[in-house]
Design a protein around this ligand. Sequence first.
Ligand code: AMP
Ligand code: ZN
Length: 481
Amino acid sequence: MPLRFYNTLTRREEEFVPIHEGKVGMYVCGPTVYAPPHIGNMRTFFFADVLHRYLEYRGYEVRFVMNLTDVDDKTIRGALRDGVSLNDYTQPLIDDLFRNFEQLGIQRADVHPRATDYVEGMVDVIRLLEERGLAYVAEGSVYYDISEFADYGKLSKVDVSAGRRGERVAADEYDKDDVRDFVLWKAVKPEDEQVGAAWDTPWGRGRPGWHIECSAMAMQELGETFDIHAGGVDLIFPHHEDEIAQSEGATGKPFVRYWLHGEFLLLDGGKMAKSTGNIFNLQDLVDRGVAPSSIRYLFLTAHYRSKLNFTFDGLTAAAEAVRRIRDARDRLRGHPAARDPDPADTPVLHPAADEALAAFAAAMDQDLNSSVALAALHELVNRTNARLHELGSTPISHAERDAALRAFERIDGVFGFVALADRENVVDDDMAAWVEERLAARQAARQSRDFAAADAIRDEIAARGVVIEDTPQGARWKLGA
Ligand code: AMP
Ligand code: ZN
C-alpha cells in the first residue's frame, strides 16, 4: 500500500513519492526561541516526530532539518527587555527546548540550524531576488514585490487581488487580510545594534525578516527542491506562502513537493498561545504528576489535522491506556518460554502480531491516521491478554513470544510512549531507599496500632507516584498507577 499525505498545496491526499528513491528531505519550522515552549508548540513538534519516525519505519533514509528562529521581532524584544545580547537571551531557551524534547521523547532532527548562523545564505537569496526583479529597496529595507510573482497565494489561496499593490508590511507576523509586499531585510535600528542583531550587507546594516530565514536554511540544508515541509497551520500564511515566493522566485524551481500542517492544541476550546497566556508548559504538567508518556498517547488519539482539546480527564484516560498496553507487554515478556513447545499448540500470537503490524501500517499510510493505528495496538493487547489467560502457567514458545514482542516494539518505535513510560518508571536508588524507609516506618506505626500515622505515610508514598500492594509476604511496591 502506498503512503499518502494530505498536501496543503493541492488540498488533496496524494501518494507520497520522494524525489530520490528511498530518501526523504524534510524541513519543519522550529520554534522562535523567545519563551519556553508550551504543550501546544509541543504538539506540533510531536507531529513532526511521528512523521519522521514513520518515514523511517517505512524504510526511508530521512534527512530531517528543524530550524531555530533566534532572530526576529520577538527575540530582539526579549533580549532588550532582559538587557542581554541576543545570543545570551536565546541560548538558555534553546537548552530548555531540548530538555522538553527529551522529556517528551521527541527525537532531535539531524540538523537544528540557527538563523543567526545562516545570514550569508539569506543575503544570497535576496540578491538573486533583486536580480530577478522581485525585490526592491525602500527606506533602507528590502521588500518582496508580490505582484511580480505570478504564483503568490498558491499555498494559502489568499485573495491576491484584494492586496493593496505596492503597500508594504515590515512585521514578521501579519494576517490574511494583509496581503502586501513583505520585508526580506530590515534596515538596522539602534535596538538591533544594542543586542548584537545587525549584519553588513550590500543594502547596508540590518537584519533578516523571519520568512527569508527559513527559505535560506531549508535550501542550504536540503537543496533547492525537497520533499516535505511541515509546521503548524498558523504558518500557512504568511510564513509558508512567503517561503515559496522567496525560494521559487530566486531559483525558478519548485521549492517543496508536500506541505503538511498540524492543527492546534486547544485549552478550554481556545488556542493555546503564549500571547494570551492560555497555556501549560510541559514542566507545569510534570509538577502536577502527569507522565509525559500519557501526553504522547493523548496526542496520538487525534489526527494531526484535527484540533485537540486538552483536558486532565483526557490525560487520565491516556495514562490508563499506556499502563494497560505496557502491562500486556510486560506480562508477555515475563511469561515463561519453552524451547520445545507442545507440537499440538498453535502459536496464536504469530498471526496477531502480523495483523497488528499490517493494520498499524495501513492506518499510518493514510495520512498518519494515528487513532486508527492505536486501535491496532489495542487489538494486539487484547489478543496477548487472551493468549496469556489461555496459557495460564503453560510456557509459550520463544518464537511466538518474540513475534508478539517485536510487534509491540516496532509500533512503539513510532508511537514512543511505551519506551518513554519505561524510562519514567526507572526507579533510582535514592527513591528506592526512601520508599523502603517509609514502608518500614509505616509497618512500625501499624504495629503500635497508630493507624492514622500509617495511613498518612501511605499517602505520602502515593504522592510520589508509588503504588503499594500489601501481600501476605509484606508490602510490595512499584511506580505508576
Ligand atoms: P512559535 O514558537 O510561536 O513560532 O511556534 C512554534 C510552532 O508551534 C509553530 O509551528 C506553531 O504553529 C506551533 N503552535 C503554536 N501554538 C500551537 C498550538 N496551540 N497547538 C499546536 N501548535 C502550536
Ligand atoms: Zn519557518
